[in-house]
Design a protein around this ligand. Structure first.
Ligand code: FES
Length: 101
């Protein structure tokens, strides 16, 4: 899948991946602002992104655990996700994610 990340500096990074989580893909591609401090176990919120509204259907809503974690972060919107909880699959091809910092 091809995933586009937009950082806070308005840098656009287009990443290509087939496995793993979106957070891992972001770290591999050095996307600024995605740190993945907890290693992807949904307990740090350093992988917070806003999904572009038009792509929300593809990505889907966060789990209860993820929502609990998001409550502790800032700039939470209705399109917030922790991207370590999103698997890279063909189903999410073409989505655009804005890094939240
Ligand atoms: Fe820690 Fe996603 S990497 S919550």
């Amino acid at each position: 899948a091809t995933i586009t990340f937009i950082t806070n500096d308005n840098e656009t990074i287009i990443a290509e991946g087939t496995t793993g989580s979106v957070m891992e893909l972001a770290v591999q591609n050095k996307v600024k602002g995605i740190d993945g401090d907890c290693g992807g176990v949904c307990s740090c919120a350093t992988c917070h992104v806003h999904v572009e509204a038009e792509h929300w259907e593809k990505i889907g809503a966060p789990s209860e655990l993820e929502n609990d974690m998001l409550e502790f972060d800032e700039n939470v919107s209705e399109y917030s996700r922790l991207c370590c909880q999103i698997d890279v699959t063909d189903a999410i091809d073409g989505v655009v994610l804005k890094v939240v910092k």
